[in-house]
Design a protein around this ligand. Structure first.
Ligand SMILES: Cc1cc2nc3c(=O)[nH]c(=O)nc-3n(C[C@H](O)[C@H](O)[C@H](O)COP(=O)(O)OP(=O)(O)OC[C@H]3O[C@@H](n4cnc5c(N)ncnc54)[C@H](O)[C@@H]3O)c2cc1C
Length: 322
């Protein structure tokens, strides 16, 4: 069910390290690039040790015909970001034209933008677009270390004092609760950052009775609370046990075993690939933003695309009734 992507050849025209763990890469795309809205991302075909895979990257504002992205380096990973970091001027890649699942609504008077770390990439274009239209907007951008700051000058140039930067090693911390309280009743929050930040925002938003339609977020699906270990699932009403490797998601392992699943976003947002947990002997590392904290603690379901067992085994219900 994943949307069909429109693939193009593209050539790297610029690649530079702009922060300790962030590399900016600009591509010239064969046939040009249609105008895209802030929040859009492209998908790049990357080479991993064991074959090719796809990784998505948010589009930064760029000159016509170009795609500009910024990639965080993940050391302990399957290798997508390492591949991107190796790209140099003149290298050729396949990438998709931009698609957008994190759109600005343009429906409110008061915008709060929040970015954690590399989550600044979709937020930067939003800040520029809102500043150009003179919208009421406040941006909060947090990083752990000073040398991880990227695009801080750009957001300051667009928003001036309305862009606030927080560096944890200097004692800075985003106060999400106060920022939400200061937002107009019909205001909207756009947030991109690590999973705990999104979970905090979702909980605060719900506590205050604000409508979920006015909280928009994007997850990069690239972090969990525990390291990836192998685990096993047995499928209810099917005589199948599936082993999941550390470098595989549960959804990919089920697909590979020929178990038919429906899925869409593949990053823990839509919940389409969720499976029931009938019996659990182990712990689940819930990495989605689809289920509430209460639902996660109940451990009765999990999103197969991003969540995994930290250890042990489980019997899962994929809805098959024989
Ligand atoms: C819409 C969208 C936009 C994005 N935009 C950006 C962007 O602008 N910049 C950017 O840097 N990234 C972005 N990402 C993330 C990016 O697509 C990649 O996930 C990221 O580069 C990591 O890829 P990787 O192959 O290096 O790491 P992965 O192998 O995917 O691992 C990343 C992290 O996930 C964990 N992990 C490792 N193995 C597994 C596994 N088997 N299952 C689950 N988790 C595992 C580890 O903690 C690891 O550090 C975006 C993702 C999405 C969906």
């Amino acid at each position: 069910m994943k949307g069909r992507l429109d693939w193009r050849d593209a050539k790297v025209v610029r690649a530079e390290t702009i922060a300790a763990d962030i590399r900016q890469i600009e591509f010239d795309v064969a046939g040009g690039v249609p105008a895209f809205q802030p929040g859009s991302h492209v998908t790049v075909s990357v080479a991993l040790d064991h074959g090719r895979a796809e990784r998505s990257y948010s589009c930064l504002p760029a000159p016509a015909g170009r795609i500009r992205i910024a990639v965080k380096r993940h050391e302990a990973s399957r290798g997508g970001s390492r591949y991107m970091w190796r790209l140099a001027e003149g290298d050729e890649v396949r990438l998709s034209l931009p698609e957008n699942r994190f759109e600005l609504s343009w429906q409110t008077r008061d915008y709060l933008l929040v970015a954690g770390g590399i989550g600044i990439t979709p937020i930067l274009g939003m800040a520029e677009a809102l500043a150009e239209r003179d919208a009421r907007v406040r941006l909060l951008y947090g990083v752990h270390r000073r040398d991880q700051l990227a695009f801080d000058r750009d957001v300051k140039a667009s928003l001036g004092a309305r862009a606030e930067i927080f560096v944890a090693e200097d004692g800075g911390r985003i106060d999400l609760a106060s920022a939400i309280d200061e937002l107009a009743a019909d205001g909207e929050l756009y947030i991109c950052g690590p999973l705990p930040m999104l979970q905090e925002a979702k909980a605060l938003w719900a506590d205050r009775g604000r409508p979920s339609s006015r909280l928009r977020y994007e997850v990069f699906g690239d972090s969990g609370a525990e390291p990836e270990r192998p685990f096993q699932v047995r499928i209810l009403n099917m005589d199948i046990t599936v082993g999941v490797r550390p470098d595989q998601s549960l959804l990919d392992a089920l697909d590979a075993a020929g178990v038919e699943m429906i899925s869409d976003c593949r990053r823990g947002e839509c919940g389409l690939c969720s499976v029931g947990i009938v019996d659990l002997n182990g712990r689940i590392d819930h990495r989605d933003v689809f289920f509430s904290e209460e639902e996660k603690q109940a451990n009765t379901a999990m999103c197969a695309c991003v969540s995994r067992l930290a250890e042990g085994e489980a019997v899962i219900d994929i809805g098959y009734r024989g």
